[in-house]
Design a protein around this ligand. Structure first.
Ligand code: SAM
Length: 362
């Protein structure tokens, strides 16, 4: 591996990172099986689908290799199900599994991007688990807006219902001291696969398995709200001010999601509080020396979302600046296909120090 990797059993703490993969077309058996093993996620979607599907027609966008929601819909009495999947190999696996489970007469697997698919009739219910580690990062806004216009009836039901992205400043040095960043060994190979999907190395989005409470410098603040069942999304700039509640060094911003799969869900799935397959995103400080912040200080956050050149996946930019500073502590380019510079900050330079400059995507 050509980036820093923490071997399993490495001595001493490391900031062990996982690349954010859900927004790239690199799904494999391991990723699908981890999502199916995520009980919090599966219970919420399964419950919502089984409540809405009986006696109705359903479209499952991004059914994956395991066709979880298409099968739940058929099992609970949907009259017809279309299961759309963009990756041909995953669609083929879904087709075989559906036949094996005896639902081939109810569920039709359609291979392709949902935005290019025509259905013979509009569906009553649309389910899509294309929610990212940053809520919109897997393209759900464009997927649902297109489905609303073309694939779903006027009064159709959308699952999930609502999702927010939240941001919290944190101090990783408080937990990990001066140890450097590294990728978790079992996920390091996905770094190359993301680079190959994009065609070059870049400062890709990073996830951390958990943002410990003792490292959080403030309460989470909402930076993105998505309500599903609308025909257009406005990509926007979200400005907020965060008041520091714990002294420390501003090492980065964590981004998480709060997801209400069904309008009946009182409490959301919260990726900063629960261990799920949506990992918190780790946005590192851009400055060499992490700045000290005290209780009561204000940090101004600017979270900008735009549509990337592939017209489905968003680009993100995030800046964080303490009130008394002229230079932003965090100035992050989280664009889908990567910013102009590889190793753009001290953190990324350290993480990718062993990565050869000659990488050409082979
Ligand atoms: C996060 S996985 C979810 C798989 C499965 N629905 C589940 O929840 O276990 C998202 C899936 O959506 C597919 N996908 C993403 N965008 C799509 C699109 N526009 N049209 C069809 N499939 C899409 C991906 O290839 C991937 O298999």
């Amino acid at each position: 591996m050509r980036a820093n990797v923490a071997a399993v059993g490495d001595d001493g703490p490391r900031i062990t990172l996982i690349p954010s993969v859900g927004e790239y077309p690199i799904y494999d058996e391991l990723l699908y099986s981890m999502m199916t093993a995520d009980e919090v996620r599966v219970a919420a979607f399964d419950r919502a689908v089984r409540r809405c599907a009986p006696g109705r027609t359903v479209v499952d966008i991004g059914t994956g290799a395991e066709a979880n929601w298409a099968i739940a819909a058929a099992e609970s009495g949907a009259t017809r199900v279309w299961a759309i999947e963009a990756l041909p190999e995953s669609a083929e696996k879904a087709r075989a599994l559906i036949a094996e489970r005896g639902f081939a007469d109810v569920i039709t697997v359609v291979t392709g991007d949902s935005r290019e698919i025509e259905l013979p009739e509009k569906a009553d219910v649309c389910v899509s688990e294309t929610i990212g580690a940053i809520a919109s990062s897997e393209g759900v806004c464009e997927i649902f807006a297109d489905a609303k216009r073309r694939l779903v009836r006027e009064s159709g039901i959308f699952i999930p219902h609502r999702v927010e992205t939240v941001a919290v400043p944190f101090d990783y040095a408080a937990v990990l001291g001066d140890t450097g960043p590294a990728f978790q060994a079992e996920y390091a190979t996905y770094v190359d696969r993301v680079f190959q999907a994009v065609g070059r190395p870049f400062d890709l989005r990073l996830c951390w398995t958990e943002i410990p409470h003792e490292a959080r410098l403030a309460e989470p603040t909402t930076v993105e709200v998505l309500e599903f069942g609308v025909a257009e999304y406005e990509y926007a700039v979200h400005e907020s001010r965060v008041r520091i509640t714990r002294p420390g060094r501003l090492g980065g911003i964590a981004l998480g999601i709060r997801l209400w799969v069904s309008p009946e869900d009182r409490d959301p799935i919260d990726s900063l509080e629960q261990q799920t397959s949506w990992l918190p995103v780790f946005v590192p400080a851009s400055v060499e020396q992490q700045r000290a912040v005290a209780v009561g200080d204000e940090v101004a956050l600017t979270f900008t979302v735009g549509l990337s050149s592939d017209r489905i996946h968003p680009d993100y930019w995030l800046t964080a600046r303490s009130a008394d500073q002229s230079e932003a502590e965090i100035d992050w380019d989280g664009t889908y296909l990567g910013g102009p510079e590889f190793r753009s900050s001290p953190f990324y330079r350290e993480l990718f120090a062993p990565y050869p400059a000659s990488f050409r995507g082979e």
